[in-house]
Design a protein around this ligand. Structure first.
Ligand code: BGC
Length: 680
C-alpha cells in the first residue's frame, strides 16, 4: 500500500479488491505514458492531450474563475487517461528568476498563489481525480535541489512559503501533497516534522503525502515523519533501477520488517493506509466518477482563454499593438521561438499535445491579407532534461537571413526568450544567466540597425534582463501557452482580444536587485550545501517596495489597449475590530474605445510596527471586464485576520493593533489611492 509498483503506479491488494493507483504529471496537462520501470516514454499512440498554459500564465490572468475551468478541464483529461492522481499544481514561491521551474509555479506572492490554486484543485477533484499539490516545501531552486539545506525563519516560512499549501489543504481540500527533494533545517522535507506537525496536525490534512520521485531517504524517517506513499526510489535510494527494487523501497520490505520487530507501532501503518484508502474512496473506488474526455473543443477553448487572459503587455509605444491585417503590410517573424515546440522539454511537465499551434502558425492563420515572412535567426538543440545539445545549422547563415528578412519588412516581430532546455526554463537545474541566451541580443541589435519597428514577443516562464528594451517599441510576455499558443498570441497582437494579464512576479533591472541575489552566494545558490534565505519575508515586490529598488516591471503590472480610471475609492469604515472584514470599494471606468478587463489590486501595509514589515502586501484583487465607456463598482472584502503576521515569540499569528494603510491601484507600483484605517 505504501510504495510504488512501477514508475507511476501502486499495486493495491487484489485479494481485498483494493485497486492500483495510477498517477501522471502535471501540472499543465496529462503527461504521456512512461515505461513501467524507467523514465523512457512508453510509446503509446493514444496518450496525446491538450496542453494548457503554464501556471505562471494562469497566475498572470488574476482570474480565479478561469483557474477553476483550467482545473476542471485538466481533471477531465486525467480521468479520460485513467489517472487517479494528477501530480500538480506547483505552488513553490518565486524567489529567484534563475529557478528553472518557476514556469510551473504561481509567482512570488502567497495571496495570489493561494487564491489561484484553490479553484484549480477543486476543479481537478470534481472529476474524482486527486490533485497533488507540490513541492512541500522550500523547493525554490533546482540547482542542488536534492541536497540543498534551506535555512529560513519561521516568519518567512509561515508568511511566504506555506500559505498556498495551507490554502490547498484548508480551502480546496486537496487529496494529496508531494514532498520535495531539498532539506529544511538539516532534514529532508519528505519526512520532516513539517508534515506531522503543520500539515497533518495544525491544518488537519486528511490526504496522502506522496514522496517526490526518489525524495525518501530512510525507512525510519519515512515511517515516522509523515510520508505515506513512496514513489520513484531505487534500491540504492538514488533512483537507479535493479530487479524487483520496488519491494526494497524504504516503505516496503524494510518497513514491514520494522513493524514486525516492533520498531514502529502499528498505528503508524494504519494511519498511512487509512489515508491511502480515503484517497481511493475519493478517486478510483468512488462509484460516481465522471468518465472524462480529452482534446475537446471546450478544453482547447479554455486553454486559449487562459492564454489570452494571462499574456501581459509590458510596453506599447505609440500603439504598436494591435496590428491591423492589411494587404500592404509585411510582418517579419524572427526567432526560433516562433516555431519551436514549447511543450517539449522542461522536465516532468513535458507534454505530448495532440497539436501545438506555434506563434508563426497562429499569426499566419490570423493575418490573411498581410505578407508574413519568417526567419529563424538562430537555432538551439532539442530540449533535453539534463543535457545541452548543440545546434546543427550554420548560425551565421541564420543570422544573415534574419537580417535580410527584417530589412524587407514593415514590422518585425521578434519571438524570443528562453526555451525548455536544460539550464533554461527546465527542471533539474537553474538558468546560468539573467540575460537573453543564444546570442539573441546580438541578433536583435543587428536587426535594429536595419529596421527599428520591432515588437518583442517574449516566451519565458521567468524574468529576464532587458538592456535592449529601448530598442523595441512593444513587448508582450507570452509565457508558455500550450496547444493554443499561436492562436492566443495572434488574438492579442491583432486586437481580437484586449490584453489583461498582470505580472505574477517582479522583473528586476539586474539580478542583484532581486532580494535573494542581493545577499550573495550564501543566499543563492548556497555554500557548502546550505543556503540562508536572508531576505526573509521581503520576497519579490516586498523587497523592491521596502528597499526602494525600482524594478524594471513591477508585480501586478500589465497594460491594456484601452484605458481605465478609478474613482470614488473608499473603505466602508475607518476603524475595525479583529473580527471585521474591510470592504474596499471603488468605481472602475473603461474610458477608452474598446472593451477590456482590468485587475484592481488592494495592498495593505503597517507603517509603524513592532516587527519588520514589507511596505505593503497584496490582500485582495478583482478582475473586471468592462465594455468601452462602461463603469462598474468593484468591492473587495478583506478579513482583518489576514493582516496578522506570524509572531515567532508565541509561534502563532498575531494581529497588531493600530494604524494601517490600504493601497488601491492596478499594479504594485501604480497606486491610485492610499487610505488610513485602524484596527482596535
Ligand atoms: C518532479 C515532480 C514530478 C515527479 C514525477 C520529479 O522529478 O520533481 O514534480 O511530479 O518527478 O515525474
Amino acid at each position: 500500500m505504501c510504495h510504488a509498483q512501477s514508475k507511476f503506479s501502486t499495486k493495491g491488494v487484489e485479494r481485498l479488491g483494493i485497486p492500483e493507483i495510477w498517477m501522471a504529471d502535471g501540472p499543465h496537462g496529462v503527461r504521456a505514458e512512461i515505461s513501467w520501470d524507467d523514465w523512457a516514454y512508453a510509446g503509446w499512440t493514444n496518450d496525446s492531450i491538450t496542453a494548457f498554459p503554464a501556471l505562471t500564465c494562469l497566475a498572470a490572468s488574476f482570474n480565479p474563475e478561469l483557474s477553476s475551468q483550467y482545473g476542471f478541464s485538466l481533471g477531465e483529461e486525467a480521468r479520460y487517461r485513467k489517472k487517479d492522481v494528477l501530480l500538480g499544481p506547483g505552488v513553490n514561491i518565486y524567489r529567484t528568476p534563475l529557478n528553472g521551474r518557476n514556469f510551473e509555479y504561481m509567482g512570488e506572492d502567497p495571496f495570489l498563489a493561494s487564491t489561484m490554486v484553490v479553484p484549480y484543485i477543486k476543479g481537478v477533484q470534481k472529476n474524482g481525480v486527486a490533485a497533488c499539490v507540490k513541492h512541500y516545501t522550500l523547493n525554490n531552486q533546482e540547482h542542488w535541489r536534492d541536497k540543498i539545506n534551506v535555512e529560513v525563519s519561521d516568519r518567512a516560512l509561515y508568511e511566504i512559503y506555506l500559505p498556498a499549501f495551507k490554502a490547498s489543504v484548508k480551502e480546496a481540500g486537496v487529496w494529496s501533497i508531494m514532498g520535495s527533494y531539498n532539506k529544511f533545517r538539516g532534514k529532508y522535507t519528505t519526512h520532516h516534522p513539517l508534515l506531522n506537525k503543520i500539515l497533518k496536525a495544525d491544518w488537519e490534512f486528511d490526504g496522502v503525502v506522496i514522496s517526490d520521485w526518489s525524495s525518501a531517504h530512510s525507512t525510519e524517517e519515512s515511517a515516522l515523519y509523515g510520508l505515506d506513499l513512496e514513489m520513484g526510489t531505487g534500491t540504492d535510494g538514488l533512483g537507479t533501477t535493479t530487479n524487483d527494487f520496488y519491494s526494497q523501497y524504504y516503505l516496503a520490505a524494510p518497513f514491514l520488517e520494522g513493524l514486525k520487530k516492533g520498531d514502529f507501532p502499528q498505528s503508524i501503518v494504519d494511519d498511512k493506509v487509512r489515508r491511502i484508502l480515503r484517497l481511493m474512496f475519493r478517486t478510483n473506488m468512488s462509484t460516481n466518477r465522471p468518465l472524462g474526455n480529452a482534446n475537446t473543443k471546450a478544453h482547447h477553448d479554455v486553454a486559449r482563454h487562459v492564454a489570452t487572459d494571462g499574456i501581459v503587455l509590458l510596453k506599447n509605444k505609440e500603439n504598436f499593438f494591435p496590428i491591423k491585417d492589411n494587404k500592404d503590410l509585411t510582418i517579419a517573424i524572427i526567432g526560433e521561438n516562433a516555431t519551436r515546440s514549447m511543450t517539449a522539454g522542461g522536465g516532468s511537465s513535458e507534454l505530448k499535445p495532440k497539436f501545438e499551434i506555434s506563434p508563426l502558425d497562429g499569426i499566419r492563420a490570423r493575418y490573411k491579407h498581410a505578407t508574413i515572412t519568417h526567419a529563424m535567426g538562430y537555432q538551439t538543440g532539442p530540449s533535453l532534461y539534463n543535457e545541452v545539445i548543440p545546434p546543427t545549422l550554420d548560425l551565421d547563415s541564420l543570422k544573415t537571413e534574419a537580417i535580410k528578412t527584417a530589412k524587407n519588412a514593415d514590422i518585425v516581430l521578434f519571438v524570443g526568450g528562453l526555451n525548455k532546455s536544460h539550464l533554461q526554463d527546465c527542471e533539474g537545474d537553474d538558468r546560468l544567466q539573467f540575460g537573453l541566451p543564444f546570442g539573441q541580443e546580438d541578433l536583435l541589435n543587428d536587426i535594429y540597425n536595419v529596421n527599428k519597428n520591432i515588437g518583442f514577443i517574449l516566451v519565458t516562464g521567468n524574468a529576464i534582463e532587458m538592456p535592449w528594451l529601448d530598442k523595441v517599441n512593444a513587448l508582450l510576455e507570452t509565457w508558455y501557452l500550450g496547444s493554443m499558443s499561436g492562436h492566443a498570441i495572434a488574438d492579442i497582437i491583432s486586437g481580437d482580444v484586449n490584453p489583461s494579464g498582470k505580472l505574477p512576479f517582479s522583473f528586476p533591472v539586474k539580478l542583484e536587485d532581486n532580494a535573494a541575489h542581493s545577499f550573495g552566494t550564501s543566499s543563492y545558490p548556497g555554500e557548502n550545501m546550505t543556503q540562508y534565505y536572508k531576505e526573509d519575508i521581503l520576497v519579490g515586490y516586498r523587497w523592491h517596495d521596502t528597499k526602494k529598488i525600482k524594478p524594471l516591471y513591477a508585480f501586478g503590472y500589465g497594460l491594456s489597449y484601452t484605458s481605465f480610471t478609478l474613482s470614488d475609492i473608499k473603505t466602508d469604515k475607518k476603524v475595525y475590530t479583529q473580527e471585521d472584514s474591510i470592504t474596499v470599494s471603488c468605481s472602475l471606468k473603461n474610458t477608452g474605445t474598446i472593451n477590456g478587463s482590468e485587475v484592481i489590486q488592494v495592498y495593505i501595509g503597517k507603517p509603524k510596527s513592532k516587527v519588520k514589515r514589507a511596505l505593503k502586501e497584496l490582500k485582495g484583487f478583482q478582475k473586471t471586464n468592462l465594455k468601452h465607456s462602461e463603469e462598474s463598482i468593484i468591492n473587495a472584502n478583506i478579513p482583518v485576520k489576514s493582516l496578522a503576521y506570524y509572531d515567532e515569540t508565541i509561534s502563532d499569528w498575531n494581529i497588531e493593533k493600530g494604524e494601517y494603510i490600504v493601497y488601491i491601484g492596478n499594479a504594485s507600483d501604480n497606486i491610485s489611492k492610499k487610505i488610513k484605517i485602524s484596527i482596535k
